[in-house]
Design a binder for this molecule. Structure first.
Ligand code: ADP
Ligand code: MG
Length: 238
């Protein structure tokens, strides 16, 4: 479904992606893990055209995305929930969802809204509440819900568990699996490697702009290098 090859991205003089690559097959949850600054967010931003690659290719359902604008990419079926759950604090929950819907007809909008509310019942309860008054976990759900309003085939999630309490983190990962089972393919960026690898069909490790390891979620969970670098086991004696 998505194939990223040899991606090079610069921010001025900073070479943030140095040949990053990955593949996402339809129906999967694929995760990209890596330390802070590895280039995870840059990878997602480049896929949706918010950042332009200097070279490399991004193909979605066979089509090259690299020359398309973000709104054209979203129209083709990719949506992003960005890092830091950027909801519009002074708009209501419903208004935030409307912004994710782009220019769909009423029927599609209602269907998507009902789906989002079935995934996140608390958003329905708080439909008329200003987004800025929601808890961190609820804002994260709104950010994911807003991305789902555009009916994406492929959902990009940038650190959905960041800064959330452990119970809320569990809930977020459960919902990610539900969204996947209900038909959306997911590319999940996480620093919470343990949780991400547990739900992922396939995983990549990104280090300073390059993919250094890949395998099934289960394989990487067992991998010594992953365990010591990302699962916090270097200081534990076994
Ligand atoms: N807007 C920006 N301007 C300049 N440098 C940036 C910008 N965004 C990210 N970077 C740099 O690019 C590298 C990758 O960042 P990022 O993709 O945010 O990593 P991650 O999401 O894995 O933490 C880092 O060195 C970061 O400092
Ligand atoms: Mg990031």
């Amino acid at each position: 479904m998505l194939e990223v090859q040899d991606l090079h991205v610069y921010y001025g003089g900073i070479h943030a992606l140095k040949g990053a690559r990955l593949k996402v097959d339809r129906g999967q949850i694929v995760t990209l893990i890596g330390a802070n600054g590895a280039g995870k967010s840059t990878t997602l931003r480049t896929i949706v055209g918010l950042v332009k690659a200097r070279s490399g290719s991004i193909r979605f359902n066979g089509e090259d995305l690299s020359r398309l604008e973000t709104h054209e990419i979203i129209k083709r079926g990719i949506a992003i929930s960005p890092e830091g759950r950027r909801v519009f604090p002074n708009l209501t929950v419903l208004e935030n969802l409307e912004l994710g819907a782009y220019n769909q007809g009423h029927e599609t909008f209602d269907r998507q809204r009902q789906w989002v509310y079935s995934l996140f019942p608390r958003l329905e309860e708080r439909e008329k509440q200003l987004a800025g008054t929601l808890s961190g976990g609820e804002q994260q759900m709104l950010s994911v819900g807003r991305a789902l309003m555009s009916r994406p085939q492929l959902l990009l999630l940038d650190e959905p568990s960041l800064g959330l309490a452990p119970l809320v983190v569990e809930e977020v990962f459960r919902i990610i699996q539900t969204i996947n089972k209900e038909g959306a393919t997911i590319l999940l960026v996480e620093q919470n490697a343990m949780a991400a690898l547990q739900v992922a069909h396939f995983a990549y490790v990104l280090e300073t702009g390059r993919i250094t390891l890949e395998g099934t979620g289960q394989t990487l969970l067992m991998d010594e290098r992953v365990r010591s670098a990302y699962l916090g086991e270097s200081t534990q004696s076994v």
